[in-house]
Design a binder for this molecule. Structure first.
Ligand code: NAD
Length: 497
C-alpha cells in the first residue's frame, strides 16, 4: 500500500484535500513509495493562521522554557536517529551512513537553539544623557516560513524552524515535494517533544504553495534553500512583497591543490568531497584546480575515483546512491556529453553505470574530466552529480583569479603545507566559506552558513547569531526615571540633556 504523506496544520496531521497529487519515488528504481495531495489555498491559510495564533502565546513563554523544548527535541532526535536516517535514505537514495550525517548536522543546530537565551541578549548603556539609560531587546517577528530543497531533507529544515521557534516565532515549513517524509517525521517528533499545537506547521506542495507563502500578508520572513533560478525568484518576489528573505542557492566549489600538499590526503579528500552523496551537495567540490606540478597526481585520482561503487542505501560497501530522479540523471548525462563535445578530456565516464537488479534507478558512476576551461558548460553550470572537473594553472595567483571569476561563492578549499599560501588564499578569495586542508568547510552552528555571490541572496545567513538577527527585531528603549517624578521645562531641540 502506498503511504499518504500528511500535512501538519494546527497540530493535526491531515491528508489534505488538494487535487494536485505528487508521487514520491524510490530513486533506486523509480517505483512509487508514497504520494501527497498538495495543500490547497485554504489549507495554507489555515497553517499560517495556526502559526499566528500559537505564536501569540509562545512569545510570552519564558526563554528558558523555549530552550527546554529544544533540549527535549534534541534528545528525541538522537533517540530516533536511525529511524529518521532510514526514512531519509529510502526516499533520497543516500547511503545509510550519509543519511545519518544529514540528520546529525541538523541535530547540532537544535543544540545551538537550546542556547537561545544568551543569543537573545540585548545591549545597554547607562547615562546616555543625564539620568537617561538606553537598552535594547530582541523580540520575535511573528510567523516565519521555510522552503527547502531535496538534497538535505533533515539538515536544512533543521537549519530553519528550531532557530526561528526558539526566538519566539511560529513557523510554516514547505519541504521539497521529492522527499517530504523526513521533514514530516521531524515535525512529528517536534510535537512529541511538547511543542504547542499550531506553532510548527508543514504544508506540502510545489510552486502554487510557494507562491502563496511569498505573498501571504501574515508571513514576515522567508528562508529558502534551493537552485539559483528559484532562489532569485523567491528573493525578488518575497522582497517585493516586503518580506525579509534569505535565499541560499546553487554552487560551483573549487579545491585548489598546491604542489607542496600531501598527495594521498588530496586524493582521498577529493574523492569523498566530489562524488559523496552522488555530488548532490551544495558544498561538494566540483572543480579541482591543480597548481604547477600537482597535475601529475591526476592519474592516481582517476584510479581512486574508479574504485568508488554506487549502490543501494543499505549496501554498506556503496560509496553513494542514485540521483534523485530521472530528470536529474538526464541533465547530468547531457552535461557529461557536452563536456566531451566541448573538448574536455573524459578520463572516467560513469554515464553507462548501473546496479544489477536495479537498472531502472537513476545511477551515474564517478566521472572525471581534465583540461576543463571556463568556457565549457561543465565548468559554468552546476552539475549536481558525481562529476569532477579538473583544470591546471601555473601559480596560486592564477588559481585565485580563476575562482574569483566564477559567479558562485558558496565554498572553496586549498590544500597546501604553506602557511603563506593558505593565508593569501583565505584573504584574497571571494568565497564565503573557506577550508584550509578541509575539503567541505561547512561551519558548525555557533557560526553561520555564509555563502556569497550567486550562492546566496540576502544579508543575514542561516543558523548561529545571524539567524537570531534574521528571525527577530531589535527594540531600543530610552528611559528616564527622575527622582522627583517630574521633568522640568520644555526642550525644543533634538538633543537629550
Ligand atoms: P529547487 O530550487 O528545485 O527546489 C527548492 C524548493 O523550491 C522546493 O521546495 C521546491 O518545491 C521549490 N520550487 C521549485 N521550483 C519552484 C518554482 N518554480 N517556484 C517556486 N518554488 C519552486 O532545488 P532542489 O533541486 O530541490 O535542490 C538542489 C539545489 O539546491 C541545488 O542547486 C543546490 O546547490 C541547492 N542547495 C543550496 C544550498 C546552499 O546552502 N547554498 C544547500 C542545499 C542545496
Amino acid at each position: 500500500m502506498t503511504t499518504q504523506v500528511q500535512h501538519l496544520i494546527g497540530g493535526e496531521c491531515l491528508d489534505g484535500s488538494g487535487d494536485h497529487i505528487i508521487e514520491i519515488t524510490n530513486p533506486a528504481d523509480n517505483g512509487t513509495i508514497a504520494r501527497l495531495n498538495c495543500a490547497t489555498e485554504a489549507e495554507v491559510n489555515q497553517a499560517v493562521a495556526s502559526a499566528k495564533a500559537a505564536q501569540l502565546q509562545w512569545r510570552e513563554t519564558p526563554v528558558s522554557e523555549r530552550a527546554r523544548l529544544m533540549l527535549r527535541y534534541q534528545h528525541l532526535l538522537k533517540e530516533n536517529h536511525d529511524r529518521i536516517a532510514t526514512v531519509l535514505a529510502k526516499e533520497t537514495g543516500k547511503t545509510f551512513a550519509d543519511a545519518k550525517g544529514d540528520v546529525w548536522r541538523g541535530i547540532e543546530v537544535v543544540e545551538q537553539a537550546a542556547n537561545i537565551a544568551s543569543m537573545m541578549m540585548g545591549e545597554t548603556v547607562e547615562n546616555v544623557a543625564r539620568g537617561i539609560d538606553t537598552y535594547s531587546y530582541i523580540q520575535p517577528l511573528g510567523v516565519c516560513a521555510g522552503i527547502t530543497p531535496f538534497n538535505f531533507p533533515a539538515m536544512i529544515p533543521l537549519w530553519m524552524f528550531p532557530m526561528a521557534i526558539a526566538c519566539g516565532n511560529g513557523f510554516v515549513l514547505k519541504p521539497s515535494e521529492q522527499d517530504p517524509m523526513t521533514p514530516m517525521l521531524l515535525a512529528e517528533l517536534f510535537e512529541q517533544a511538547g511543542a504547542p499545537k499550531g506553532l510548527l506547521n508543514v504544508v506540502h506542495g510545489a510552486k502554487e504553495v510557494v507562491d502563496q507563502i511569498l505573498t501571504h500578508p501574515d508571513i514576515k520572513t522567508i528562508s529558502f534553500v534551493g537552485s539559483v533560478p528559484v532562489g532569485q525568484y523567491i528573493y525578488k518576489t518575497g522582497t517585493a512583497n516586503l518580506k525579509r528573505v534569505q535565499a541560499f542557492a546553487g554552487a560551483k566549489n573549487h579545491m585548489v591543490v598546491m604542489p607542496d600538499a600531501d598527495k594521498d590526503t588530496v586524493i582521498n579528500q577529493l574523492v569523498g568531497s566530489s562524488v559523496g552523496a552522488a555530488g548532490q551537495r551544495c558544498m561538494a567540490i566540483s572543480v579541482a584546480v591543480f597548481v604547477g606540478e600537482s597535475k601529475q597526481w591526476i592519474p592516481e585520482l582517476q584510479q581512486a575515483l574508479a574504485k568508488v561503487r554506487p549502490g543501494l542505501w543499505d549496501d554498506e560497501e556503496a560509496g553513494y546512491g542514485p540521483l534523485i530522479n530521472p530528470g536529474a540523471k538526464a541533465r547530468v548525462l547531457e552535461l557529461i556529453q557536452s563536456g566531451k563535445e566541448e573538448g574536455a578530456t573524459c578520463l572516467l565516464d560513469g554515464s553507462e553505470f548501473t546496479v544489477a537488479g536495479h537498472e531502472s534507478g537513476n545511477w551515474v558512476g564517478p566521472t572525471l574530466f581534465s583540461d576543463v576551461t571556463p568556457q565549457m558548460r561543465i565548468y559554468n553550470e552546476e552539475i549536481f552529480g558525481p562529476v569532477l572537473c579538473t583544470s591546471n594553472v601555473n601559480t596560486l595567483a592564477e588559481a585565485i583569479e580563476l575562482v574569483n571569476n566564477n559567479p558562485f561563492g558558496n565554498g572553496t578549499s586549498i590544500f597546501t603545507n604553506s602557511g603563506a599560501a593558505a593565508r593569501k588564499y583565505q584573504h584574497e578569495i571571494e568565497v564565503g566559506q573557506v577550508g584550509i586542508n578541509v575539503p567541505i568547510p561547512v561551519p558548525l552552528p555557533f557560526f553561520s552558513f555564509t555563502g556569497w555571490k550567486n550562492s546566496f541572496y540576502g544579508d543575514l545567513h542561516a543558523y548561529g547569531k545571524q539567524a537570531v538577527r534574521f528571525y527577530t527585531e531589535t527594540k531600543t528603549v530610552t528611559a528616564r526615571w527622575p527622582e522627583s517624578g517630574i521633568v522640568e521645562g520644555q526642550n525644543l531641540t533634538i538633543a537629550l540633556k
